[in-house]
Design a protein around this ligand. Structure first.
Ligand code: BTN
Length: 253
């Protein structure tokens, strides 16, 4: 009973006034015996113990932003193509934001959402695998929407849609837009259109083919991002040499 024009993503929408983490809540629902419909979305007005990547916390001011998680069952996806799910989700968010912001939205590898050089959203995907195949996936998304003040210390460089547009955005409208674009990217994924997904990802990739500074174990170097491997590794070209990195192995400066 909502107005999302999707096939399944967001059709079962559960809105909580407060929860520790929508990812945790969804994980708990999945573990209950009753099968949960694919595409179920849990959103929270106040997520008071949000989790980010690398054991970080995700802080979001109550009532102003989107914090939600989507339940997916990418059972069709080979394990070695896991990163393609991250790509599909990033592409979907990017396209949805494109409806509100004309220029400057990119995805910073692996899946941070950026506006120019500031972070506007983050994604935490938690997969559940059994043997060599996918069972399910919890896609957690945090977007800074109507927040106007940021604690610089806590968030380094953060921004919100409000800071960009100078007006509020309706949270449910934005959620519907994101769900609809993630669904269509997910259907591409299901259809095995990996090349197209990767092509779109690279088109929106922060610093793709641009010179920038990076740091690895204290060594600072200048490089350009030339490609992302199928497994999701970052490939940098520096002084004519390729360097390949897994997540967390290199820092963007
Ligand atoms: C990151 O950039 O480090 C990822 C942040 C992901 C935050 C979202 S908010 C909804 C969902 N529930 C969580 O606890 N985390 C994700």
């Amino acid at each position: 009973n909502n107005t999302f024009s999707t096939l399944f993503v967001g059709q079962n929408l559960i809105r909580l006034s407060a929860v520790d983490s929508t990812n945790n809540f969804l994980k708990m629902m999945v573990s209950k015996s009753e099968p949960l419909p694919e595409g179920t979305v849990i959103m929270a007005d106040n997520q008071f113990a949000g989790r980010g990547q690398q054991e970080n916390t995700w802080y979001s001011e109550p009532g102003l932003n989107l914090t939600f998680s989507i339940f997916l069952k990418p059972v069709f996806l080979p394990i070695n193509k896991q990163f393609m799910l991250n790509i599909a989700v990033s592409n979907g968010i990017n396209k949805a934001l494109g409806r509100f912001v004309k220029d400057g939205i990119t995805v910073k590898w692996p899946n941070d959402i950026y506006y120019n050089d500031s972070k506007i959203g983050g994604v935490l995907i938690e997969n559940s695998l059994s043997g060599n195949s996918f069972k399910s996936s919890i896609v957690g998304i945090g977007m800074n929407v109507n927040q106007q003040k940021f604690d610089i210390e806590k968030t380094k460089v953060a921004t919100s849609l409000y800071e960009i547009l100078q007006h509020d955005v309706n949270l449910i409208e934005l959620l519907a837009e994101i769900c609809s674009h993630i669904e269509s990217q997910y259907l591409q994924l299901k259809g095995g259109n990996y090349n197209r997904l990767m092509k779109e990802y690279l088109e929106n990739l922060y610093r793709f083919n641009k010179l920038g500074f990076y740091r690895q174990n204290g060594e600072v170097f200048e490089a350009t991002i030339t490609r992302i491997t199928e497994a999701g590794q970052l490939v940098l070209l520096s002084s004519g040499k390729e360097r390949v990195y897994n997540f967390k192995e290199v820092e963007f400066l």
